[in-house]
Design a protein around this ligand. Structure first.
Ligand code: PBG
Length: 343
């Protein structure tokens, strides 16, 4: 057996010599001192809760890949909105699971003022006017192919999609949406939506741009939730950003700001903290992250297996967004974390 005996360097320095007496552990020594120097904090004001809505009454369908998340009929969505408001959650983001018979090539049902999203907005605004409603104008829950845009000869056509998304945004605003959050990544959509909102008297309706939405594997469970998983052929690489790119994300955000975005969003969240930091440093805009379905499911699945402490991982992941520069986070954990923060 080889035995190695380390030699002490001649004239070995003390730790105080090495550090120049600077010891970062001093402030970490107790709970009170750690609290005193804590740089970032997560509060309920940071949370936006994405919810899934469906037609029907008293429907609460579990989503297998998202334990603890349900598709809710509007009556139950209203109840959840009431609970969210009581917890102090500032806003909800709604996503529909649309009857398959109502989906078509152009996603035309998005223009129906009485589709499930617009009815949900009206019902929630009616019952809980103090909570903010954010709606997505993307076509994917409404198209028969699951893409966010209109598909013609195998191509997602940009300008025609912009027209459709813009019309949908105005209809959503008329239903009472406070913020339009278009997630489709078509060129020119932010400016077109701003013009159309203004022309229709919705100057006060804001735009949260999914400015940097990356082509990502982390959207899997969401596609189960809105029922696009089985429909989607191919991928979304011709319109979402290549996840290898960061300068391109900055240019995309810059463009959306120039077109009139009030807020920026980075999506997915945790794998893209570098993008959040770059955008915040570069633009100082209200900046949000979408902790997407796959991120939620990974934490839930590992916790269910006893591999990680789910609550701690949830809190750590959310605080990481604050540290990276986020003003808020869209997260399926919103009610759970709001309840914890209240206790
Ligand atoms: C599409 C859309 C996606 C999500 C919300 N709207 C991505 C996609 O299906 O490609 C993902 C949300 C999530 O994963 O939580 N417009």
């Amino acid at each position: 057996m080889n035995k190695f005996t380390p030699t002490k360097p001649a004239g070995a320095r003390s730790v105080d010599d090495i550090t120049g007496s600077r010891r970062l552990r001093r402030m970490r020594k107790a709970d009170w001192s750690r609290r005193l120097v804590q740089e970032n904090r997560l509060t309920v004001d940071d949370l936006i809760w994405p919810i899934f809505v469906v037609d029907g009454k008293n429907v609460r369908e579990p989503i297998a890949a998202m334990p603890g998340v349900f598709r809710l009929s509007i009556d139950l969505a209203v109840k959840e909105a009431e609970r969210a408001a009581k917890l102090g959650i500032p806003a909800l983001a709604t996503f529909p699971n649309v009857d398959i018979a109502l989906r078509d090539q152009t996603g035309s049902h998005i223009l129906d003022p009485d589709n499930v999203i617009n009815r949900a907005t009206r019902a929630i605004k009616d019952a809980v006017p103090e909570i903010g409603i954010i709606t997505d104008a993307a076509l994917d829950p409404f198209t028969s192919h699951g893409h966010d845009g209109i598909l013609r000869d195998g191509i997602i056509v940009n300008d025609e999609t912009v027209e459709q998304v813009t019309a949908a945004a105005v209809i959503q605003a008329a239903a009472g949406a406070d913020i339009i959050a278009p997630s489709d990544m078509m060129d020119g959509r932010i400016g077109a939506i701003r013009d159309a909102l203004d022309a229709n008297g919705f100057q006060d309706v804001a735009i949260m741009s999914y400015a940097t939405k990356f082509a990502s594997a982390f959207y899997g469970p969401y596609r189960e939730a809105v029922g696009t998983a089985g429909l989607l052929k191919g991928d979304k690489k011709t319109y979402y950003i290549d996840h290898a790119n960061s300068d391109e994300a900055v240019r995309e955000a810059e463009q959306d700001i120039a077109e009139g975005a009030d807020m920026l969003m980075v999506k997915p969240g945790l794998p893209y903290l570098d993008i959040i930091r770059r955008l915040k440093d570069e633009f100082q805009m209200p900046t949000f992250a979408y902790q997407v379905s796959g991120e939620y499911s990974m934490i839930k699945a590992a916790a269910a297996n006893g591999w990680i402490d789910g609550e701690k991982a949830m809190l750590e992941s959310l605080l990481a967004f604050k540290r990276a520069g986020c003003d808020g986070i869209l997260t399926y954990f919103a009610p759970e974390v709001a309840t914890m923060l209240k206790e």
